[in-house]
Design a protein around this ligand. Structure first.
Ligand code: E4P
Length: 294
C-alpha cells in the first residue's frame, strides 16, 4: 500500500475496470483513469466478443465504451475518467463536440479527450464554454500546450493537457523535456491548465514526472505494479533524469522556447507529425474491432 502519496495524482492508463480495481487494491488509491480507442479495443470483453465472431456495430462499440467507463467511474477519485472522442483527420470540431457532449453525460466525473489539432482545439473552446471538462491529448510540443492554454482561457473547470513522453522517446527525442518545458511555460499563466504526464513507459518516466511536479500522471498498470514491487520509490531531492531510450541511446534534448500565452490560440504553430500519426493509429485500432467482426 502506498503510505506516502506523491502530490501528483495517479491515473491508470487502460480500458479494463478489473485492472483498475486490481491497481486500486495494490496502491490503496487511484485518482483517475485515462482511456483511448486503442486501449478500449484491447478490453478483454471486447476482445472476447471479436474472438467469438460477434459483430460489433459502431453503436455497439459506443455502448461497450460507455459500459466500461461507467464501471470505472465509481472506482476512481477526483481526477475523473478521460473518454476520447472518435476522430479521424477530417472530423470537424462540431462533430467532436457533439460526441463530447454525449460522452460527458455518461458519468459524473468525465473529462473529454480531444486531439491537439486545430479542430480539436476548436472543440475544446466550445466545450469549456459549456462546462464540459476537457483533456487535450496527443500533445507533443510546447506550442501545442501554449495553444491549449490560450484556447481554454476562462475555463471554470481545470483543463488537462497530456504530453506523450514515450512516443517522443521512441523517435529519439527526450519526451520528458516537453513536460519540463510546458511546466516552465505555465509558470507565467493562471494555473487553469494541469499537466498530465502520459505515455509513461517506465519507472524513470514516473519518478521524473513526480520530480517535475506535474499535477497528474497516467500510468499503465504494469508500471504501477513495478512501482509497488519496488516499494514505491520517490525521487530524491537531487534526482536527475537520465535521458536514454529503450536501447540505451542518448535522447535528443528538446529546447525551451519563450512563448507568450496571451496570444490568440490560432497563432501557435501546433503542427506535429506524431499528433497526426496518433490519430491514424487510434482510428485503425478502433476500426479493427469493427472489421474483424463477422
Ligand atoms: C494517454 O492518455 C494515453 O492513453 C497514453 O498515455 C498513450 O500511451 P502510449 O504511447 O503508451 O500508447
Amino acid at each position: 500500500m502506498l503510505t506516502n502519496r506523491p502530490k501528483t495524482k495517479i491515473l491508470v492508463d487502460g480500458g479494463d475496470p478489473d485492472e483498475t480495481l486490481r491497481v486500486k487494491k495494490l496502491l490503496g488509491l487511484v485518482d483517475g483513469q485515462t482511456t483511448n480507442p486503442s486501449l478500449i479495443a484491447k478490453n478483454p470483453e471486447i476482445q472476447q466478443r471479436i474472438a467469438s465472431g460477434h459483430s460489433l456495430t459502431s453503436q455497439e462499440e459506443k455502448d461497450e465504451y460507455r459500459k466500461i467507463v461507467q464501471a470505472i467511474s465509481p472506482i476512481v477519485g477526483d481526477a475523473g475518467v478521460s473518454i476520447e472522442v472518435f476522430a479521424d483527420l477530417d472530423t470537424t470540431a462540431e462533430e467532436m463536440f457533439s460526441q463530447g457532449e454525449e460522452m460527458f453525460a455518461w458519468i459524473p466525473n468525465a473529462y473529454i479527450k480531444y486531439p491537439c489539432t486545430h479542430e480539436g482545439l476548436r472543440a475544446a473552446e466550445m466545450s469549456v464554454r459549456q462546462r464540459v471538462r476537457v483533456n487535450m491529448t496527443l500533445c507533443f510540443s510546447q506550442e501545442q500546450a501554449g495553444a491549449v492554454y490560450a484556447a481554454t482561457k476562462g475555463s471554470k473547470e481545470p483543463v488537462y493537457v497530456s504530453p506523450f513522453v514515450g512516443r517522443l522517446d521512441d523517435r529519439g527525442e527526450d519526451g520528458i523535456d516537453v513536460v519540463k518545458n510546458i511546466k516552465t511555460m505555465y509558470r507565467n499563466g493562471d494555473g487553469h491548465v494541469h499537466v498530465l504526464g502520459a505515455s509513461i513507459r517506465h519507472l524513470d518516466h514516473l519518478l521524473s514526472s513526480f520530480a517535475l511536479d506535474v499535477e497528474l500522471a497516467t500510468v499503465p498498470a504494469k508500471v504501477l505494479e513495478k512501482w509497488a514491487t519496488s516499494k514505491f520509490p520517490m525521487p530524491a531531492k537531487d534526482f536527475t533524469y537520465k535521458a536514454v531510450g529503450a536501447n540505451g541511446q542518448v535522447l535528443k534534448p528538446i529546447p525551451y522556447k519563450e512563448l507568450d500565452l496571451n496570444r490568440p490560440w490560432q497563432s501557435f504553430d501546433i503542427r506535429h507529425e506524431l499528433t497526426s500519426k496518433g490519430i491514424q493509429k487510434f482510428v485503425a485500432d478502433y476500426r479493427s474491432t469493427l472489421k474483424r467482426s463477422a
